[in-house]
Design a protein around this ligand. Sequence first.
Ligand SMILES: [Zn+2]
Length: 399
Amino acid sequence: MTPDMGRTTTRDLRRRNRAAVLTRLYLHGPASRFDLQRATGLSSATVSNVVSDLVADGLVAEAGLLDSDGGRPRTLLRVRPEHARVAGVDIGETHVQVGLFDWTLETVATATYPIAAGPPDPAVLAGLVTAGVEEVTAKAGADPGGLLGVGVGVPGAVLPDGVVHAPTFGWSGVPFGALLRPRLAAPLRLDNCARTLGQAEMWRGAARGARRAVVALLAVGVGAAVATGSSGGVTSAVSEWGHTVVEAGGAPCRCGSRGCLEAYIGAEAVLAHYRRLPGARNLGPGDPERRIAALLADAAAPGPAADTVARTAEYLGIGIANLVNLLGPDRIVLSGWLGAALGPAALPAVRDAMRRHALDHLAGGTAVELGRLGPDAVALGAATLPVHEVLTHGGRTGL
Ligand SMILES: [Zn+2]
């Protein structure tokens, strides 16, 4: 072995140890040196050295004492919220929402801009993202160039070079990353919004502690992400779940096919079905969120609104049963604004449909839950992208 290789190996090992300790503290909250030793399998000397480094670098601080049974009290360690700030951007179907978060992902400031109807111009959206990052950093008195990074979630597939395919926007091969990167003073991380949402629910929401969770993003479009507990990261996207077929020759879908799940449970599809039923009332103008809220208000009593909710729950249950049969998750989380709106009324029927359509031995081990992160979930998820990168590198910035 040459001396050079030796040095590289030592540095890699140090980084790996830092990453293991920091990720454990970051994702699972305060812990003592002894807890960290047990969780990471590192020796007590290594944990002590790594913790001293992390404290010296300002990433971690001591957070009081924990009484241990009869023994001497143990010092708890936690990540320092003030260590860094990070921006997360949700490019949704109707708005661009930008959040500024501290290092532990508590919200510091937010800004929201509506998107005009029709396929959005990539340059206009890039302008909204930069305006939003400037607005939230100005509100917080922060330097945009001092951010850990800017994470951006888009409703489409993102290739490694930042090229986006987003049928929702009519985008095919749009170099959105290249368009956005020069406008930002901090490193950019771009990914699919279902993946960012999945990571947010895994770190801070209803998927926390799951072995393998599928987080479903329900809105006008329908997507999902698979997250596993071991790495803390989202391992794979099944973002086109909405275009899996649930009815041969069924309802036309905006992707050009027929019978897609999205053509039954996407917000516009739900509203279109309701409009065709006898006795349906005019839900008025406005964005789909407002009209879905009006429909749900009517669904408390028997009638076309209640029938629409029941039908949506049945198809959602079928879509979930397909995920259960394919992936065998222990938890399914219904998230996105439509999941939050529809969930309380539809959850029992969704669970029932899932049990009827999935294999018994798989359905028995799968819990279906509602997301817990509210309307900031996708922006929060986008902020996890730069944070995850930093955790992977053991807390080193300047990626
Ligand atoms: Zn489709």
